[in-house]
Design a protein around this ligand. Structure first.
Ligand code: XIL
Length: 397
């Protein structure tokens, strides 16, 4: 056989082995899947395992371990804060790209994809914007134009460099809000009406024809009553269905995956069903901000293992439920953790009454916790016929 032919046969063999998830072992170095990174194991399924990255931690010269793990363990990164409006345009009219650019360059150096987070959200808006609207110096019409300009400017700057954009984040209320009937909540809905959602996706698409455009929210990991008045997953499902029917370029739904061990826990099939229902609308899915927090009782804080252990186990189990559901649904393109170490988790700073913590997959010394090992074992054990490579949608025009 000619050399070319042999090379072709070899390429087919390698491709086949890769498809069948078989990695050839060599005599000297047997293949040890437990020694692989989460990122590498995810790629066997076409699934990208990512993390949110804190700009401060990334720049902390006293903490090289953070950088090292962020670069090596994951194949995708999200800016934890650097791409939020207040970070990008602290002063009206002058953008500060430093931290966001740094993250994008970090990803490029490490051959990682980037989830852009976030274009439209009611939190972490610049003061000049919210105050201007409050005191009437920014009119509703001007506000809409400012939003269009912001989306266009940011998406164009990173055009071709962002895999998935969280275009609209957390637009829907929760059952504990007032009124309790679910509705479009927050700054944007109050000032522009819910039409801003379709507008935002259209403006983002006009600025980057290739990025996958996501709606992102929490508490949409599983369906509840099925009544959109109190079931947030159903509310979001109905919204996405309407948007798709109207031709709005929405390509994906991100379930944040902020869970807590003190709540009722989902099983894998409940979460699978939710992902499948979203998939049936023609959109991709993803877990975008996974962490599973616990209440830090006095005994936990004092180091009492009888209270700590069940929390670590429940956190691992919940991480694993989301991972298994994601593996089972081919539209589920990525599984991103919201920080990988308890040393840099938003949880203790955000949930302090009662105090919560222990939410991530590594402890404060970057030692893998049970959650890390369990999601790793999910990735190792999964394979055909039930777990197949991902199917990504074409960005909708
Ligand atoms: C959080 C960050 O982790 C914190 O550092 C910041 O102070 C507040 O925001 N849902 C989201 C994320 O979409 O942007 C939030 O990130 C966590 C909840």
């Amino acid at each position: 056989m000619k050399l070319r032919r042999w090379m072709a046969v070899g390429a087919v063999a390698v491709a086949t082995a890769a498809t069948l998830n078989m990695v050839p072992a060599t005599a000297g170095r047997p293949y040890d899947p437990t020694a692989q990174t989460l990122g590498a194991l995810g790629l066997r399924h076409g699934l990208q395992i990512g993390t949110a990255v804190s700009a401060d931690a990334l720049n902390d010269t006293a903490d090289p371990e953070y950088r090292k793990i962020a670069a090596s363990e994951f194949v995708s990164v999200t800016a934890e804060n650097a791409m939020k409006w207040e970070s990008l345009e602290p002063t009206r009219g002058s953008y500060d790209w430093e931290a966001a650019d740094q993250l994008v360059n970090f990803a490029k150096r490490n051959r990682q994809s980037v989830r852009g987070h976030v274009l439209v959200w009611h939190n972490q808006l610049p003061q000049w914007l919210t105050e201007g609207v409050a005191d009437g110096s920014i009119s509703k019409q001007e506000l809409r134009e400012l939003l269009r300009k912001h989306i266009t400017t940011v998406v164009k700057r990173y055009k071709g460099k962002i895999w998935q954009w969280d275009v609209v984040n957390e637009a829907v209320s929760d059952p504990w809000d007032t009124p309790p009937t679910l509705h479009y909540k927050g700054f944007w809905a109050e000032n522009l009406g819910p039409g801003y959602i379709a507008d935002a996706f259209r403006w983002a698409r006009a600025a980057d024809p290739r990025a996958l455009l996501f709606y992102n929210d929490y508490n949409i990991e599983a369906f509840g009553s099925g009544n959109p008045a109190d079931d947030k997953t159903q509310f979001v499902y109905d919204m996405v269905k309407r948007l798709r029917a109207q031709g709005v370029p929405i390509d994906g739904v991100g379930a944040q995956g902020h869970l807590g061990t003190q709540y009722g826990n989902f099983n894998t099939f409940q979460v699978t069903e939710a992902l499948k229902k979203f998939t049936s609308l023609g959109v991709a899915t993803a877990f975008t901000e996974v962490d599973v927090r616990s209440q830090m009782t006095e005994a936990v804080q004092a180091g009492n293992s009888e209270e700590i252990n069940p929390r670590l186990q429940a956190s691992a189990a919940n991480h694993s439920v989301l991972m298994k559901a994601c593996l089972l649904v081919r539209s589920c393109l990525s599984y991103t953790v919201w920080g990988f170490s308890d040393k840099h988790s938003w949880v203790p700073g955000w949930f302090d009454d009662p105090p919560e913590g222990l939410a991530t997959i590594m402890d404060e010394n970057y030692q893998p916790k049970l959650a890390y090992h369990e999601i790793k074992s999910d990735l190792i054990l999964a394979g055909p016929p039930f777990v197949l490579p991902r199917i990504a949608p074409k960005p909708r025009r």
